[in-house]
Design a protein around this ligand. Structure first.
Ligand SMILES: NC(=O)c1ccc[n+]([C@@H]2O[C@H](COP(=O)([O-])OP(=O)(O)OC[C@H]3O[C@@H](n4cnc5c(N)ncnc54)[C@H](O)[C@@H]3O)[C@@H](O)[C@H]2O)c1
Ligand SMILES: [Zn+2]
Length: 341
């Protein structure tokens, strides 16, 4: 790759007018024109702001997406959605502007920390839950091959295999190709995101993946209490979401590791560690009023009514589900006091 380099803030801070305008200034300064191509290298936040800059500059120039995080590889870098956060509301300004090309290399993921790995896994789980029961089973198999039940090996959350990454991406590609402008089917990809965006808007402390993971737990409750999903199917989903809890960075006592001696390892040396019981260990979630105010700003809200995309069974979602606001409120109040129920 040859050409001038523009470096902007990383992380969610990148999705601001300041970063957007610095990219536009950079393009202007270097006399970019309709023949130019903006290559955006980074996580999902950068592809969101970089893609938006490309869409605006001289009424739109081409851009290439080079995702460097797991989340961006399986989700953000592909699908044409670009955005910045505005007025304290997540993704409130943006357009569809498709990259002309997309390049990724799994080797780039090795440097991701625990949180960044977890964030990517959250979107992979979402794709499996709403769109691919085979992928769901592969995740279960991958997970049990890495973990003994209820135990967490010391070390970083493992990265998914190349196959799992490809399968998760294929779910998004299949859905987006059928419904590029989010008229119906593409709304499935919003599973977990109605609460997630409200959480992210309410506090900068939630990463996108953490918020989506919490959102999936809550919205599973909505599906369950609306009789949209059978109990055994809901339990399968709950189980896999719970399996990732120790890596979420959301457990208040996540540093309290207890050594569990195994048959062949003496206590304290090489022993498998497990977390103290998870129930009730979460940091406080925002109250209903805060969440509701942000939900009303959501792009999915029409005249104060939300429509939900919820799992109907493992690998299959349903869009356009309407649930009375009072019922959502009651469930949120119960759920938020213990999100792992
Ligand atoms: N447009 C879409 O369709 C879509 C879909 C999903 C998510 N998103 C957006 O994506 C954003 C989240 O993306 P993200 O999780 O990639 O986070 P991110 O872009 O905020 O990056 C997280 C951190 O990872 C660092 N990083 C990037 N690559 C790295 C690497 N290879 N090794 C080590 N560190 C690296 C970054 O510098 C940053 O500090 C959110 O804003 C979300 O709204 C957009
Ligand atoms: Zn997402």
């Amino acid at each position: 790759m040859d050409g001038p380099l523009c470096i902007v803030n990383s992380g969610e801070a990148a999705k601001s007018w300041t970063s957007l305008s610095s990219i536009l200034e950079f393009l202007l300064k270097h006399h970019a024109d309709q023949q130019s191509v903006l290559v955006v290298v980074g996580g999902g936040a950068l592809s969101d702001v970089g893609g938006l800059a490309a869409s605006l500059f001289k009424r739109g120039i081409r851009w290439v997406s080079v995702p460097t995080t797991l989340l961006a590889m399986v989700d953000a870098a592909w699908g044409g959605k670009t955005a910045i956060n505005f007025g304290g509301v997540k993704n409130s300004v943006g357009v569809y502007h498709w990259p002309v090309h997309w390049i990724y290399d799994q080797a780039m993921l090795q440097s991701l920390n625990e949180r960044q790995r977890f964030d990517g896994w959250a979107e992979i789980l979402k794709h499996a839950i709403i769109g691919d029961s085979g992928l769901f089973q592969e995740i279960q198999a991958f997970w049990s091959s890495q973990h003994e039940k209820g135990q967490v090996p010391i070390g970083l959350l493992p990265l998914p295999t190349q196959d799992l990454i490809e399968c998760a991406l294929q779910v998004k590609i299949r859905i987006v190709q059928q419904d590029p402008n989010e008229r119906n089917l593409r709304c499935l990809l919003n599973y977990g995101h109605t609460l997630a965006h409200a959480l992210e808007s309410s506090s900068p402390h939630y990463s996108h993946g953490q918020a989506v993971w919490l959102g999936m737990l809550f919205e599973l409750q909505l599906a369950s209490h609306s009789n949209l999903i059978a109990e055994d199917e809901a339990l399968r989903i709950l189980e896999i979401l719970r399996a990732f809890a120790p890596y979420s960075g959301l457990l208040r006592h996540s540093t309290e590791l207890i050594d569990i001696p195994t048959n062949d390892t003496p206590r304290g040396r090489g022993a498998i560690q497990t977390l103290s019981p998870m129930t009730g260990l979460f940091t406080n979630l925002p109250d209903w009023k805060t969440i509701w105010n942000f939900m009303l700003q959501d792009k999915k809200t029409r005249s104060g009514k939300l429509t939900w995309a919820l799992p109907a069974k493992v690998g299959l979602g349903q869009t356009g589900v309407q649930i009375p606001n009072d019922k959502v409120m009651d469930l949120y109040k119960i759920w938020s006091s213990n999100p792992l129920i």
